[in-house]
Design a protein around this ligand. Structure first.
Ligand code: PEP
Length: 256
């Protein structure tokens, strides 16, 4: 059984004060929603304050990235133990913006992933093709490369507990959503890949989110697909009303 999981990636947005206001509103709006896992991923600077506001909340805390070493001379980085210490449970790894703007590769994604798992953080591993790759019919090759490269060397037990986010780069922040059929096709491919790499049991356990211009209006349609187990939401997670509506619209979708 896979519980639906909706995560908000706030990216480089929200001061601590703005973050507190947003999460206070979400707490009020979503207090009764227990059938869906709800996660917010503020910037590092707001994690501590948001963590305090989320004490006793049904909303969980996520971070947007982590470094793979626990400590040391790595100026500007933040490690898994530091995230754990402020109450973080989930961490996004390998977001396409990290791959595109900050030189992230499958190798570094894999290192971050292993560190997250070592410290019992739940990784949300992002994979996805860009427009050029899709138009060149390379979508499945890119997805295979991202999944195999990111998960290299992990045990079946470790993979079972993580979350994968399929995010077609051409749909991120562009207002262009993949059709539910396009998304389902790739989600099914990823699940098949996991079955071949690990086992059918692992493939059935892993939750695969869709990300790319998810809005209240397209949530139910996307999540209605057999292999879509949730959403990673960027722009629409920055406002309490749109993120709450996405979560509420996902409640009608039964657990997969
Ligand atoms: C994202 O950045 O993970 C994302 C899906 O963004 P948006 O919802 O804005 O497309």
């Amino acid at each position: 059984m896979r519980k639906i999981i909706i995560a908000g990636n706030w990216k480089l947005n929200k001061t601590s004060q703005e973050a507190i206001e947003l999460v206070n509103s979400l707490n009020r709006e979503l207090v009764d929603v227990t059938s869906v896992d709800i996660i917010v991923c503020p910037p590092f600077t707001a994690l501590t304050e948001v963590s305090d506001v989320l004490t006793d909340s049904n909303i969980d805390l996520g971070a947007q990235n982590l470094y793979w070493e626990d400590s040391g001379a790595f100026t500007g980085e933040v490690s898994a133990p530091m995230l754990k210490a402020v109450g973080v449970r989930y961490v996004i790894v390998g977001h396409s913006e990290r791959r595109q703007f900050f030189g992230e590769t499958n190798v570094t994604v894999n290192k971050r992933l292993k560190s997250a798992l070592r410290h019992k953080l739940i990784p949300i591993v992002c994979v996805g093709e860009n427009l050029q790759e899709r138009e060149a019919n390379k979508t499945f090759d890119v997805i295979r490369d991202h999944v195999e490269g990111s998960l290299a060397g992990l045990s079946a037990e470790e993979v079972k507990g993580l979350v994968i986010a399929y995010e077609p780069v051409w749909a991120i922040g562009t207002g262009k959503t993949a059709t539910s059929a396009q998304a389902q096709e790739v989600h099914k491919f990823i699940r098949g890949l996991l079955a071949r790499m690990f086992s059918e049991d692992v493939a059935q356990a892993v939750r695969i989110q869709y990300g790319g211009s998810v809005k209240p209006e397209n949530t139910a349609e996307l999540l209605g697909q057999e292999d879509i187990d949730g959403a990673l939401v960027g722009g629409a997670s920055l406002k309490a009303d749109s993120f709450s509506a996405i979560v509420k619209n996902s409640v009608s979708v039964t657990t997969k």
